[in-house]
Ligand binder design. Structure first.
Ligand code: NDP
Ligand code: KPL
Length: 297
């Protein structure tokens, strides 16, 4: 049985730690520098049914990377490279699973760890940090993993314990396609809700109909250029369904902007802009500039 080391003890990381741990999977948390010298308490998970459960995990720091057998990376996208670079003694056989939103980091990760199995993932679970070591699982979702290099093809078996713990996990040979599908949704909902200071569901109000139509068309165009075959009509139906299902939520970008934090705009809209080529994407560009100007450092 492998120990899951979760690097990124925030909302998603702690919820995953809780879900894995309550299924008997060994879990350690690879902590950021600010935790050094502090007592490591148990974390408290509030489950979907509202139960409070104490979760015991082993704390680790970067210099203990030699002990890591399976690494789940759940930092924000812009923290991934810095966090991984500190793991100088990570064994070459240790699979690295990247679960952040947004894209564009993979080449750098693969160059840093040319021998490790590197897996990319997408997850639609919802997680909220309610306090120090207190996290709430806010929504059950799907989790897909897939190979980002050849070595990762031998790691498909990791989805089994994940599926038992999370309720669903699957292996996809087209993980890049799944990441693109998720990124397309995030590239519409996140910057628009953050820029206009609204909940996801408010995007369906008539005042946003025109911008939603134009932005979804721009995003769809870039996705088609990247090989996505979904029609514009289907993409809009999928988008609408995510907006309806998450109507009362504030998007992650809204929350980051609201709290003066840095956002993942570079890895979401920035990724699209970098791949748009000559395609016209004026609304994407305008939102990108707006969020970049207003976000924290
Ligand atoms: N929240 C959600 O519902 C979902 C989020 N996601 C995606 O998952 C990713 C994580 O999101 P979320 O959990 O909300 O983010 P959080 O900011 O809550 O968590 C990120 C964690 O990473 C830690 N971290 C940063 N740098 C390092 C480092 N060098 N070493 C170790 N730990 C480090 C941070 O530590 P510190 O506290 O010290 O800063 C923080 O605890 C994002 O890409 C997000 O978009 C995906 C699906 C759902
Ligand atoms: C799907 C969506 C937009 C839900 O809020 C999300 O993934 C996010 O907020 O980052």
């Amino acid at each position: 049985m492998t120990e899951w080391t979760i690097m990124g003890a925030g909302a998603v990381g702690c919820v995953l730690a809780g879900l894995l741990s309550r299924r008997g999977e060994p879990v350690s948390l690879l902590l950021s520098e600010r935790h050094r010298g502090h007592l490591h308490p148990s974390l408290e998970l509030i489950t979907l049914s509202g139960q409070h459960e104490l979760v015991h995990t082993r704390p680790l720091f970067a210099e203990q990377a030699a002990a890591v057998t399976t690494l789940l990376v759940t930092t924000k996208a812009y923290q991934v490279i810095g966090a991984l670079s500190a793991l100088r003694s990570l064994p070459a056989a240790t699979p690295i699973i990247l679960l952040h939103n947004g894209m564009g980091l993979l080449d750098e990760v693969l160059a840093h760890f040319p021998h490790n199995p590197v897996l990319a993932g997408v997850s639609s679970h919802g997680a909220l940090k309610e306090g120090d070591w207190l996290v709430r699982h806010t929504g059950k979702g799907e989790t897909w993993l897939g190979p980002a290099n050849e070595a990762a093809r031998a790691c498909a078996g990791l989805v089994e314990p994940l599926a038992r713990a999370l309720g669903h996990a699957g292996w996809s040979e087209d993980i890049l396609g799944l990441q693109h599908r998720k990124l397309a949704i995030n590239a519409v909902i996140n910057p628009l809700t953050a820029s206009h200071d609204i909940r996801n569901g408010q995007l369906l109000e008539p005042r946003f109909a025109a911008v939603l139509e134009q932005l979804s068309e721009e995003v769809h165009r870039v996705m088609a250029r990247l090989g996505q075959q979904e029609s514009l009509a289907r993409f809009r139906r999928r988008l609408r369904s995510v907006i309806e299902l998450t109507a009362t939520n504030y998007s992650s970008m809204h929350q980051d902007l609201h709290h003066g934090r840095r956002t993942e705009i570079d890895q979401i809209t920035g990724y699209l802009l970098g791949r748009a080529g000559e395609l016209p994407v004026p609304v994407c560009r305008q939102l990108y500039q707006d969020i970049r100007r207003r976000q924290g450092r």
